[in-house]
Structures are given as structure tokens and as C-alpha cells.
Design a protein around this ligand. Structure first.
Ligand code: DAH
Length: 341
């Protein structure tokens, strides 16, 4: 009988139940009136007196063991079946959900800002609603310059002063020079507005980043080096740059910068119109008139400025063919940039 008790204990120890029915058959088999435990009790009565002590003790242990096992099995089942308890299973993996993605213009703007901030530039911002002085007069635009024309500029009011939507971020140059003493080293990202008919190649609003560096002894060579470094970081280490003479009222001398076409590697293709070069920004040495207008002595300080269009650079990097896609916010378009950041 001792052997029987031992093997029964082993058998019970490994029992598992996965639902209420199985738990009930466990109870019937071992704990009910006609169950194994009771039949062992019956048998116990018939054994010789000298064995009673030892067997009785073992039998009692078995009884405690079976009851405890039943309690544990029941407890396990309640936890598994109760949805409230099942929900706090901390080992379960999280349910994935879509996180959205950054807008391509933001991706490129952040990339550009990162490159310049690594070179010591800080970010400056200014208002989109501006006055004539910050957008034009302070930047050496003659009174009859065509950019002031109704064709280009959205005017908000004209009396007593012209209030308008800024047509370029160069206005932030003026705002910064007005209130900061050199050295000044800033990049100014922001939205600008022009009165253009909306098409695949033009929009009435777009985004620019303006750069400005004012200090003693700043030269055109400094400008060129900073722009070369910028172009190589943004478009790859093999990128070449080319500066062509140009004209802007607020810089003298002025230039436009091209980069070697990254599609054909400079050999000439349809994208670069067979020239091997693509224009990406305007730049130059800040005109002494502008410094003077903003309270900076051009005999002591000099500086350079540059301005680029974020849409243009994004088009070059991601080959977006229609400018309107940037503002339509079609999720199928936006989702294409999920892996970009
Ligand atoms: N403001 C010019 C534009 O909107 C871009 C520009 C050109 C900015 C040359 C500059 C610069 O600072 O030096 O077309």
C-alpha cells in the first residue's frame, strides 16, 4: 500500500487541466466519494495493525497533497479564463499601430539645419506677415523694383505702411541684424509667399532657408568653403559646386550656385538639361548698404548671405515631379517617406 500511495502521488503531481471539465474529472477521480482517495481509506481499514501508523501518516500526507493540487489547478484555470486578468499579461508583445511619418519638406529642412548647425550656425525665425522695410527697403531694393509689384507680392494693407506676406526669408537677416551685434551666424527656415499661378512647377507659397554670417574679415572664400561643405554633406562627398555671377539687390558680388547633377554624375542628361549642373541657391557678400541700413558699420564688418528653396532641394533628392504634392497631403505620397526618418 505504501508503494501504491507513492506512485499515486507521482501521478497526481504531473496532472494538468485546461478547462472546467477536466478540473471536474480530476475531482471525481481523486476526491469524490467514489474516488481513489476514499477507496484507499477503505483499504486502510483492512491492513494489519502494526502497519497502520506508517501507512496512516502517508495517507494523510497524500490527502493534503491532492487537496492542495486541486486548489492550485482551480486557481490556474480562473486566471486563464478571466479576461480582465488575462489582459494584464505583461509578457505579451505590444499591438503594432501606424506611427505616421515626417513630411518630406521637414525631413530635408532638418537635414539642412543639422549641417549648418554643425558648422556653428544657430536658428533664427521671423514673422510671415512683414512690412515693406524688412522685406525690401532694408535689403537695398530700389523703390521701383519689380519684386515689390502687385504681381509678385501679396499685400495685406498699404496704409500707412505696406504690410505684406514676406516673399523671401531674407527679411529675417534684417530682423536679426537690427537687434544683434556681430558676430552673427544664423540660418532662417520659413515659409514665403508669392503671387504665382499654382502649377506643377510654381506655387503661391513655398519654403526657404536663409543663411547669414557677419563678422570681421569674412571673405568670399569663406562663403565658398561653407557651401562646398554643405553640398557634399547633403548630396554626397563626390559632389562638385560651381558659382556663376548673378545679381541680387542685397549682395555684391552675387552668385548662383550649381551642383554637379547627381543623376548623370555631370555627363549631361534630361534632368540637368544636358548641362551636367543643377542650380540650388543664390548667395553673395552682404551689400554695405544693407549693413549700414541695419546699423552695422561696413568699414569694420563684412559678411555673406545665401538663400535656398527647400522644395527645390527636396525635388532633387526625392525626384518629386509636381510641387502641388507637397501641400495636398495625400497619405499615399506622405507614406513613401516613412523609411526616410
Ligand atoms: N532672397 C532670394 C530669393 O528669394 C534668395 C537669396 C539669394 C538669398 C541670394 C540670399 C542671397 O541671402 O544672398 O530668391
Amino acid at each position: 500500500m505504501l508503494l501504491k500511495i507513492d506512485s499515486l502521488k507521482e501521478e497526481i503531481d504531473i496532472q494538468q487541466v485546461s478547462n472546467a471539465e477536466e478540473l471536474e474529472s480530476f475531482r471525481l477521480k481523486y476526491l469524490s466519494k467514489k474516488g481513489i482517495l476514499n477507496s484507499l481509506m477503505e483499504e486502510f481499514r483492512t491492513i494489519p495493525v502494526e502497519q497502520k501508523r506508517e501507512v496512516g501518516q502517508k495517507l494523510n500526507e497524500l490527502k493534503v497533497f491532492v487537496n492542495e493540487k486541486f486548489r492550485l489547478l482551480k486557481e490556474g484555470l480562473t486566471t486563464a479564463e478571466d479576461p480582465a486578468l488575462a489582459e494584464i499579461d505583461l509578457t505579451r508583445s505590444a499591438t503594432p499601430f501606424p506611427t505616421g511619418s515626417r513630411h518630406p519638406l521637414s525631413i530635408v529642412r532638418n537635414d539642412i539645419i543639422k549641417i549648418f548647425s554643425d558648422m556653428g550656425f544657430t536658428i533664427a525665425e521671423g514673422p510671415e506677415i512683414e512690412d515693406d522695410w524688412h522685406v525690401f527697403s532694408s535689403l537695398n531694393f530700389p523703390a521701383d523694383h519689380p519684386a515689390r509689384d502687385m504681381q509678385d507680392t501679396f499685400f495685406i494693407s498699404r496704409n500707412p505702411v505696406d504690410v505684406l506676406l514676406r516673399t523671401h526669408t531674407s527679411s529675417v537677416q534684417t530682423r536679426t541684424m537690427e537687434k544683434t551685434k556681430p558676430p552673427i551666424r544664423i540660418v532662417c527656415p520659413g515659409r514665403v509667399y508669392r503671387n504665382e499661378a499654382i502649377s506643377a512647377r510654381a506655387h503661391c507659397f513655398f519654403h526657404q532657408i536663409e543663411g547669414l554670417y557677419i563678422d570681421k574679415n569674412v571673405s568670399f572664400a569663406d562663403l565658398k568653403q561653407v557651401l562646398l561643405n554643405f553640398a557634399r554633406q547633403l548630396f554626397g562627398p563626390e559632389t562638385k559646386i560651381r558659382l556663376r555671377p548673378s545679381y541680387f539687390p542685397f549682395t555684391e558680388p552675387s552668385a548662383e550656385m550649381d551642383i554637379s547633377c547627381d543623376i548623370c554624375g555631370g555627363k549631361g542628361c534630361a534632368f540637368c538639361k544636358e548641362t551636367g549642373w543643377v542650380e540650388i541657391l543664390g548667395c553673395g557678400m552682404v551689400d554695405p548698404n544693407v549693413l549700414r541700413e541695419c546699423g552695422i558699420d561696413p568699414d569694420i564688418y563684412s559678411g555673406y548671405a545665401f538663400g535656398l528653396g527647400i522644395e527645390r532641394i527636396t525635388n532633387l533628392k526625392y525626384k518629386v515631379k509636381d510641387l502641388r504634392m507637397f501641400s495636398e497631403n495625400d497619405v499615399r505620397f506622405l507614406a513613401e517617406f516613412e523609411s526616410a526618418r
